[in-house]
Design a binder for this molecule. Sequence first.
Ligand SMILES: Cc1ncc(C[n+]2csc(CCOP(=O)(O)OP(=O)(O)O)c2C)c(N)n1
Ligand SMILES: [Mg+2]
Length: 570
Amino acid sequence: MTVARAVGRVLAACGADTVFCVVGSGNFHVTNALVEQGVRFVAARHEGGAATMADAYVRVSGRPAVVSVHQGPGLTNAVTGLAEAAKSRTPLVVLAGEATDPRSNFHIDQDALAAAVGAVPMRVASPRAAAATALEAFRLAWSERSTVLLNLPLDVQAAPAPPTGEVEEEARRLFPGVADRSGAVPSGAELRELVRLLLAARRPVFVAGRGARHARRELEELAGLTGALTATSAVAKGLFRGSPWDLDVSGGFATPLAAELIAGADLIVCWGCALNMWTTRHGSLVGPGATVVQVDLDRAAAGAHVPVRLAVTGDVATVARAAAEEVAALARRPAQEAAGGEPAGEARPGVRGYRSPELARRIAAEGRWRDVPYEDESGEGGIDPRTFTIGLDDLLPAERIISIDSGNFMGYPSMLMDVPDEGGFCFTQAFQSVGLGLATAIGAALARPDRLPVAALGDGGALMGAAELETVVRLGLPMVVVVYDDEAYGAEVHHFGPHGHPLDTVTFPPADLAAVARGHGFAAVTVTRPSDLDGVARWLEGPRDRPLLVHGKVTGRRGAWWLEEAFKGH
Ligand SMILES: Cc1ncc(C[n+]2csc(CCOP(=O)(O)OP(=O)(O)O)c2C)c(N)n1
Ligand SMILES: [Mg+2]
């Protein structure tokens, strides 16, 4: 057995269930070894696509995936997607061939490249170490939520390796295939202080992020006991869907009502959420008198963006469950014994914490962007992007998973399309790269074959990621790709246009994206007015034997309302 095969066998034994790749000579054998062991193989058409598909697949499925690329350019092509994965703490093992001879055309400093984007470089340095190094790479990725580059030097790959049986057995024992959240338990003192603050708060809000996506039940229980309203960061959109006390996304995408109520909170507890400038609208959603508590697995996350009064280190579900038990136990005792006095809100009839009958009515009436009126600006051959989005939201089945690219348009699907739960939204925006949306939708679609996959892209992102249109067709994914085509890099147009700068560098002539899609085997509909959406309805009726691209020719007269917010961060 060669080293390449040994590495593949061990990663398969760890539980890797899908390998996303573009195969070249330097990763041919290791990929085949994975496939032989039953790992699902997904060919991307560009390594950037492979990296992002894997990232989205892991986020949505919670299952381990591997990326496999050729040495040198195979890896450089993947780098943007790897930066996104590393910033998002997506556990990934990236296998790359490596030309260690500096005279090789393929030679680059792969360690430095990985480190530059926050990935952890490792190397299979010898045949003897191959199996153990592969196991360690997987452990580091999976248990410490890192994006790990495992370099496979070409000469070492081809060498004979010792038997891997024992390491494979160890791998199966260590990783029975489920996410290891280690259930990290908080310290008693931190927990007591959290409970004290919760009971003392009159207007508590929970903001849940990526690290809370597994903890809806526990968070809702605690929010109910303490009268908290709930919200999420964009990446966790949908987590509390259906709750009458949910404010949906906090930050730039927040509704006016959500922004008002979050800014009015006297206690904000962020759960597995960094509370970065997006989630707080540059801090403006954290009221001047608000106490902030951060619950996170990672101690280092505390206070990174907003000063926090209390940092609780532990798994979100474990902390919420323990806090709820404590609150319930205190509620059963006489009030004077309770750590924070009477449970908040008890003095006001019908009110617990922030939860009043009046607020319940307001959330029901104004809680969604779709409840906020606007003036339709369709015309001049283009459809208002809000009308376009609402029309699609009405047509597309509720069981959907939406993936969003970057650009001016991105607020429309994020704010005006409903998702069924936290598994209905995949937001690869930690690096703010344009062009990842289609590959994100492919990874998400593979992770949730029970849902209609929807990719929402700008014309710029669609053309940047167009290499994967063929992948959608080849994999038989029943995807709806929605393109908001303003014939421009709209984000730049709306950033610089108002200052009178020339915009020739960021505007483009019309491109027939529907024809581009048809050329790849898609069905396609061009939408310039609401009635054109009938074509989408017809596709949905079936047989859906090919994916659909909806080419929306959207009006681009104004920037999206959330964009101004975004530009403050530039
Ligand atoms: C890879 C990458 N290149 C460039 C940018 C800068 N950028 C941000 S938004 C944007 C425009 C994207 O255009 P499009 O996809 O059509 O979306 P629109 O803004 O027009 O809605 C650009 C070029 C970026 N974020 N990422
Ligand atoms: Mg555009």
